[in-house]
Unconditional design. Structure first.
Length: 385
């Protein structure tokens, strides 16, 4: 449109500007997918980088997840989360919690740098690298991890049902087991244990998946050496009371929130137990859903505040313990795939795949020749209070 004082063909400058804005809005409405896909400014300038996700074998005991920067924009690691989805569960770690780093300088990763963190999963899994400021998925890859076929499974079906822990704490409600002994379900006010001897070292790691659809006062799990409660031994992942050792005290782990569904936790309890001088010889694996009315009932369901509202509940499944004490060796790549950039804020519109740049590398890793050595506690006898 021309600048002028009166030669605008019967329309004033403000009217012309208004018409131009209207045209732009109409174009956006007619071709919204194209605009979102081609205009990264609308998505907050998420960085574009080639990321490789791999797995290293830690001998017989664990695996290590490796995030490698292959090319593209530099990445500030404190702006990223890593989400690992394993079947119906997921875990979310901040990239800055990956303490084993190669080449990362001043909190910035560029081409050739890598970061590592211990993970214990059965594959395949999906790994996403999420840029928090823009809520964008910068990388999404499928990775094959070692299978649990050779896992040492402890079966408590006939000899060790779940029993009351701290009889003055254990109250009304129920504790049952599901999925062939892999899942412990609690409802109400329940303190239960599975008898199991284990010697904790500074390398001991406790792995479990947790789900709750109704908050109580304490939802926790831990290893105890006697029948007396020790708050520092119990990892509290959820609840209104704030008793036990808050899971957020472990670097990179987040507290469970309503609506999270199944969430996976890998907790280095050995470091915590050792540094606090706890007895290393443990006898009980303890599950807690505390709901005895010690907290304002308006913030919990202890008991249910409304007739049709569910009482506090917890589910713990796939509970494992292992010693993360071996030196890692790199597993060989077997399959390549294209790099895909997913943007969560525009996920309903599009996901774009880019294979044009030769610097883009994405590989899956082979299964390890030696499966991780770990114990999976399973119990199969239902118990009611």
């Amino acid at each position: 449109m021309r600048r002028g004082t009166g030669g605008d063909g019967g329309q004033s400058a403000p009217v012309g500007t208004l018409l131009m804005v209207a045209l732009v809005l109409v174009a956006a409405g007619a071709a919204g997918v194209v605009i979102f896909d081609l205009s990264p400014d609308l998505l907050g300038n998420a960085p574009s980088a080639s990321i490789d996700v791999g797995v290293e074998s830690n001998g017989p005991n664990a695996q290590t997840l490796v995030i490698s920067h292959q090319g593209g924009d530099d990445l500030r690691i404190d702006e990223f989360d890593v989400v690992v989805r394993d079947g119906g569960s997921s875990s979310r770690l901040s990239l800055s919690s990956f303490r084993n780093r190669s080449g990362v300088s001043d909190g910035v990763a560029d081409a050739g740098d890598s970061l590592r963190a211990t993970q214990l999963l059965s594959g395949p899994v999906t790994v996403q690298l999420i840029h928090r400021p823009t809520d964008s998925v910068v990388s999404r890859q499928r990775v094959t991890l070692p299978s649990d076929d050779a896992t040492s499974v402890v079966d408590f079906e006939s000899s060790a049902p779940t029993q009351s822990f701290e009889s003055n704490q254990d109250g009304s409600g129920s504790t049952t087991v599901e999925d062939g002994g892999a899942t412990v379900r609690q409802s109400g006010n329940q303190w239960k244990y599975v008898e199991r001897n284990y010697t904790v070292t500074e390398n001991t790691t406790l792995v479990f998946e947790f789900n709750s659809t109704s908050r109580g006062e304490i939802h926790g799990i831990g290893l105890e050496d006697d029948q007396q409660q020790t708050g520092g031994r119990i990892v509290e992942v959820y609840g209104a009371q704030g008793w036990g050792h808050n899971v957020t005290n472990f670097d990179g782990l987040e507290r469970y929130q309503a609506g999270d569904g199944w969430a996976r936790y890998e907790v280095p309890i050995g470091e915590h137990y050792t540094s606090n001088g706890f007895n290393a010889s443990t006898r009980y694996l303890v599950f807690i859903t505390d709901c005895d009315g010690n907290v304002d009932p308006s913030s919990t369901n202890c008991p249910s505040n409304i007739d049709d509202e569910k009482p506090a509940n917890s589910r713990f499944r796939n509970v494992r313990i292992y010693e993360n004490d071996s030196t890692a060796s790199l597993a060989s790549p077997v399959v390549g795939s294209s790099y895909t950039r997913w943007t969560r804020s525009a996920a309903a519109l599009s996901a774009r795949s880019s294979t044009a740049s030769s610097s883009i590398v994405s590989t899956s890793r082979s299964r390890m020749s030696t499966a991780p050595s770990q114990s999976v506690w399973r119990t199969s006898l239902p118990v009611t209070a």
